[in-house]
Design a protein around this ligand. Structure first.
Ligand code: DNO
Length: 347
């Protein structure tokens, strides 16, 4: 496995220099943040990012994410233009040495939490999803700003999107995903790129919008849409693990030996009685996920892909992008690397 770290580009307070100082990190996961969703990623901009990352002695082989335009998810006639752009982006990324592209198919909102700064007993802060809080939230209120909330939408655009999605059943969303993949995957295959879909986070419908990449059955259906090593998965332990219905270890045991797991987001979540959850430190006894079992399943399945520590708490007074500070993620990366080393040496 290759341990990588997410970096949000020049504006990220966590610098490449600091990331490089975490000894287990071999590469960066990033994206072009100033290209509009649906537009083609220009070669020159990708090259610039690659140069920046590599100049610090870090690898650059994973993109998270190339976002999918809503018209593709909605199956609108305009989708074909956006799909062509996506193909061009795949070709350009391949030219720059990218091996894995992470993407998701969540309507409108990406990952969603109800609070970003829940204070824990140890006075660190973390991201949480409390069902009670979500119940009282109205995305059309306009003043909400949480991760995954695309603040570039104006209120009327958001209303329009909600109206359009009111006609999209889960089955229809699957059809639109299938249409997309059947065009994208062959291009990825020709260009030696592995597409890795990220599960929906949380893995259930929110605000009346459909969500389909929710668990084992969905992943099975996904890989069957187009049988190719380029049609694969990002296993996000915290997203899948947020639902009691998902057995993350079993999911890993199933898909890793099939060569479908290209990217792993490793993080822990503490599940609460009512189906809510809190993000915790990576350590197994801080949450509901058993990281040793997770890594064992990957190891035994022959995993050779990329893995990154996922959201951490904000600790030691660090400020910045909630969940994406340096300290707790670095602790997580070292912890995961330690487990991996121990598993490997015992074999
Ligand atoms: C959350 C992330 C997600 C992820 C996208 C993948 O922190 O794991 O935002 O980047 O959903 O497409």
């Amino acid at each position: 496995m290759k341990m990588v770290f997410r970096w949000y580009g020049e504006d990220d307070p966590v610098t490449l220099k600091y990331i490089k100082q975490v000894p287990c990190i071999s590469g960066i996961v990033s994206a072009l943040y100033n290209v509009q969703v649906g537009e083609n990623w220009p070669l020159s901009k990708i090259e610039e990012l690659k140069r920046r990352v590599e100049s610090k002695g870090l690898g650059f082989e994973v993109i998270e994410s190339v976002p999918v335009h809503e018209d593709i998810k909605l199956g609108l006639p305009t989708r074909d233009t956006y799909i062509e752009n996506y193909k061009e982006t795949i070709r350009n990324l391949s030219k720059m040495g990218i091996k894995v592209i992470c993407y998701n198919f969540m309507p409108v909102f990406d990952w969603t939490r109800s609070q970003l700064d829940k204070v824990l007993d140890d006075e660190s802060t973390t991201l949480v999803y409390y069902k009670e809080q979500i119940k009282d939230m109205n995305p059309l209120d306009g003043s909400l700003s949480l991760p995954g909330w695309d603040s570039s939408y104006k209120l009327d655009e958001l209303q329009d999107l909600f109206e359009k999605y009111s006609h999209i059943t889960e089955e229809k969303l699957w059809e639109n995903l299938e249409y997309f993949l059947k065009q994208i995957v062959p291009v990825a295959e020709q260009n030696d790129i592995k597409m890795a879909i990220h599960p929906d986070d949380p893995p259930w419908p929110i605000f009346g919008l459909p969500r389909i990449i929710t668990g084992e059955k969905a992943l099975e259906r996904l890989v069957k849409i187009y049988d190719s090593p380029s049609n694969g998965l990002t296993i996000c332990t915290g997203s899948l693990g947020a639902s009691k219905d998902n057995n993350v270890v079993k999911i890993i045991e199933k898909f890793t030996p099939l060569g479908k797991v290209h990217f792993v987001h490793a993080r822990n979540v503490k599940l609460l009685e009512d189906g809510s959850f809190e993000e915790s430190a990576h350590l197994s006894n801080c949450g509901s996920m058993d990281m040793t079992e997770i890594l064992k399943a990957l190891y035994e399945g022959g995993f050779t892909g990329y893995i990154r520590p996922d959201h951490g708490r904000m600790i030691w007074g660090e400020t910045g992008k909630a969940g994406y500070g340096l300290y707790d993620r670095a602790l997580g990366a070292m912890y995961l690397t330690g487990i991996w080393e121990a598993i490997k040496k015992q074999k």
